[in-house]
Design a binder for this molecule. Structure first.
Ligand code: PMP
Length: 349
């Protein structure tokens, strides 16, 4: 007798998994990571926490939530933290979905949205992006049904990098019913230069159905730590915390979060983000000069349009690992160190 899985699990097992690579090209620009090791204050905090790992971490994650709340000027009750914003976006689907309900997300986008909906038993509607690689919010609003419970907004969108400005997000939130949970996934918000960083946080005052998701994996350069946070109403934040796996944020990650939001942690992150943003501009200029087509990006990656297999082979010849998105018509390349970006550019000339 074989074990009976849920049908959604059988479907998952029937689709190919990400290929495991034994010898990936050495220049790793495939996962939108930061190219630097964590700065001293963060490493020291993690080392200190490692010495106390015979104890469980704080169940309520209060110190880490307080550090984030203080940095954002918000009430700590509005914050939930988990091991990666990926966990939070699954947790949010679990809060509002039950079998038979419906969710909406843009596409191509982050693969976790359809996965979270499917695992929560919900049906989903992917909505095509606009030409510029940002979400098409009027098409997304039109895709809502009476049984829609959740909408994922990826802004800037991964893998294309396009951003919908805060006015567009506000207009969307005003248009859709207030019982629909809107998850504004801002994994890359810190790299946005076209409007102020805080612009979207103000929306939380007006819309009680809004959750903003951020992560320490990108701008804070702590992808391996696995920490992300949600900012929302105290009630939704509490629901997220109470339904999360107990103690999921480990004590080393908790220490890293607190150090990342210390003045020194934030200073270093801001400096590194500024370097990436200026490298992004340099790469965009070089790509334009070389006649390579790409989408405008407000993120720490660029989406190059063309034959994905051909682009990937060119990158690999220069030792660069990029991420192909054949269904989106191109390849995504993370902005890295100047020398890494030079290698990526050399592949395209
Ligand atoms: N949202 C988006 C749009 C992402 O691209 C990613 C990571 N690739 C995440 C969320 C998840 O980030 P993490 O779980 O590392 O916090």
């Amino acid at each position: 007798m074989t074990l009976e899985f849920r049908s959604v699990i059988d479907q998952m097992l029937a689709t190919p998994n990400r290929p495991a690579r034994s010898t990936p090209p050495p220049i790793r620009l495939s996962q939108n990571e930061m190219p630097w090791e964590p700065t001293g204050v963060i490493v020291e905090a993690m080392e200190k926490a490692a010495r106390a790992t015979h104890r469980y971490p704080d169940y309520h994650r209060t110190a880490a939530r307080t550090a984030i709340a203080a940095a954002m000027g918000l009430d700590v009750e509005r914050i939930a933290i988990d091991n990666g914003s990926g966990s939070l976006l699954h947790g949010l689907a679990r809060l509002v979905c039950e079998p038979g309900v419906h969710g909406v997300y843009c596409w191509p986008s982050f693969e976790a949205y359809p996965a979270a909906l499917a695992l929560a038993g919900a049906e989903s509607t992917p909505v095509a992006l606009a030409e510029d690689g940002a979400m098409d919010l009027s098409a997304m609003a039109s895709a809502l049904r009476t049984d829609t419970r959740i909408v994922y907004l990826c802004n800037p969108n991964n893998p294309t990098g396009g951003l919908v400005g805060v006015d567009g997000i506000r207009a969307f939130l005003r248009e859709i019913p207030s019982h629909v949970l809107v998850v504004l996934d801002e994994a890359y918000r810190e790299f946005v230069t076209s409007e102020p960083f805080e612009a979207t946080t103000a929306l939380l005052e007006e819309f009680r159905n809004l959750v903003i998701l951020r992560t320490l994996s990108k701008s804070h350069g702590l992808a391996g730590v696995r920490a992300g946070y949600a900012v929302t109403t105290p009630r939704t934040a509490e629901a997220l915390r109470r339904t999360s796996v107990g103690f999921a944020l480990n004590s080393i990650a908790e220490a890293a979060v607190i150090a990342a939001f210390s003045p020194e942690g934030q200073r270093v992150a801001a400096e590194r983000v500024a370097t990436i943003v200026s490298e992004r501009a340099r790469m965009e200029d070089a790509l334009r000069a070389a006649g390579v087509s790409f989408l405008p990006s407000q993120s720490n990656f660029l989406f190059l349009q063309g034959d994905a297999a051909d682009l990937l082979a060119r990158f690999e010849a220069q030792g660069v690992l990029a991420r192909p998105f054949p269904h989106a018509g191109g390849v995504r390349v993370t902005v890295g160190l100047p020398a890494e970006n030079d290698a990526a550019l050399a592949a395209l000339r």
